[in-house]
Design a protein around this ligand. Structure first.
Ligand code: NIG
Ligand code: FE
Length: 412
């Protein structure tokens, strides 16, 4: 099956296969081709170029993109979209003055979601989660990482990971699964932290690895959650079973989580709302991708990741949604890109790089996703007619997407 897209006003994020991430000043450059064509063969990008060089092609389907732009679908490297119910009451409690931490300390927060998840059938969790997956695909996401972490029990964590596996089998979008058993201490282990860490290391991780249910291991390294030493212990155990770490750090406090992540060769360190100079320094010349989650900052009213300082220091940066019921009930990557520009002062070029190629890197798939490159997946956004790609950040809240192609087919 050959699909040919013609008359593309501007084809964005055109890269050589050797570019797997962009850092520092490179992030300000978004390579494009104006008045372009793009050829798709089955699920892959098979060719592209200027309309002036369009060869004779016998396509099965032709899409005329006159006035429209084409870019790689968003690569959302950090989500928690498998969950049960919602936490709208906590949202109202926060409006009335309670903080996210105060709610968590009262047994709300992650433990509230864990209670709901453990009381909900696997079938029902799947049915709720697939709606979120379909929603983000229609919003332009073509690859997504999904975490467990609302089970906090052997059965609950396995249940979540099986739901992620089933989503991955039933939908064309690329999905990476991350085991986040170390998301919070369940109430039963409040005074027996070691007991829960042992459960993670001796029971959850081996069962998950044996069933091949996860690609990565995550830990919420934060005051009141998992200490740096506990984080290191769980990362080491994950690595022994072939799971590379991707961890939650520096959301509320800078306690050394970044340094620990780097020490264990984490693929990404995520959140980074609170950064000390030594945290930025530590990330230099590493293979670890810093990931910012601006929708979380927006929803909780906490600081934004200091992207300008980090990019000026030469670091790469990825953007992800953090879609979850507590801190970010939105998986809209268009809003993420726009908010990164508006609140973090990233340029449109930097934000698009961060939400495509660098996002793909942060989930270990930048050899196959995240740019317009021959041989990569034909996971694409076709915009509505727009004056320039600045519109994607500028017209915040507008839906500028006309269609989304996943594996070469329009997703509806
Ligand atoms: O990434 N910070 C830790 N975990 C999630 C939120 C979890 C929740 O509130 O349910 C996050 O923001
Ligand atoms: Fe998260």
């Amino acid at each position: 099956m050959k699909t040919l897209i013609i008359n593309i006003k501007e084809l964005l994020q055109v890269r050589d296969a050797s570019v797997l991430k962009v850092s520092g000043a490179e992030m300000a450059v978004l390579p494009t081709i104006k008045n372009a064509f793009l050829l798709i063969e089955n699920d892959l990008i098979a060719g592209f170029g200027s309309m002036a060089d369009l060869p004779k092609i016998n396509a099965d389907k032709i899409i005329d993109a006159d006035g429209k732009m084409v870019l790689p679908a968003w690569c959302d490297s950090h989500t928690h979209i498998v969950y049960a119910g919602n936490r709208e009451q906590e949202f109202v409690d926060r409006i009335n003055g309670l903080s996210y931490e105060e709610i968590a300390n009262r047994g709300g927060g992650i433990l509230n979601s864990a209670k709901k998840l453990n009381a909900t059938s696997e079938e029902e969790i799947y049915n709720q989660s697939k709606l979120r997956l379909e929603e983000i695909m229609l919003l332009g996401t073509g690859a997504v990482e999904i975490k467990s972490g609302y089970g906090l029990s052997v059965e609950g964590e396995l249940k979540m990971l099986r739901v992620i596996q089933r989503l991955s089998q039933n939908y064309p979008i690329t999905i990476k699964a991350t085991f986040l058993g170390a998301h919070a201490f369940p109430s039963a282990y409040k005074t027996n932290r070691k007991g829960y860490i042992d459960l993670i290391i001796d029971k959850m991780l081996p069962e998950i690895a044996a069933a091949n249910l996860a690609d990565y291991v995550d830990i919420f390294c934060e005051t009141g959650y998992f200490t740096v030493a506990e984080t290191e212990q769980i990362m080491a155990a994950g690595i022994r079973l072939g799971l590379q770490p991707k961890i939650h750090v520096n959301q509320f406090n800078s306690i050394g989580g970044i340094q620990a992540g780097i020490k264990y060769n984490a693929l990404s360190v995520d959140h980074l709302e609170v950064m000390k100079p030594e945290d930025i320094e530590a990330l230099k010349n590493t293979q670890t991708m810093p990931v910012a989650l601006p929708s979380c900052s927006y929803f909780l009213g906490i600081p934004y990741t200091p992207a300008r300082e980090m990019i000026t220091a030469g670091l790469p940066m990825a953007l992800a949604s953090d879609f979850n019921p507590g801190s970010t009930p939105s998986g809209n990557m268009n809003f993420v890109v726009s908010t990164a520009c508006i609140k973090m002062k990233m340029t449109p070029e930097e934000a698009i790089n961060a939400a495509t190629l660098n996002g793909a890197y942060a989930m270990g798939i930048s050899e196959t996703h995240g740019s317009i490159t021959i041989g990569k997946k034909a996971n694409l956004i076709i915009t509505k007619p727009i004056s320039s790609y600045y519109q994607l950040s500028y017209a915040f809240g507008s839906n500028l997407i006309e269609s989304v192609l996943i594996e070469g087919k329009v997703f509806t």
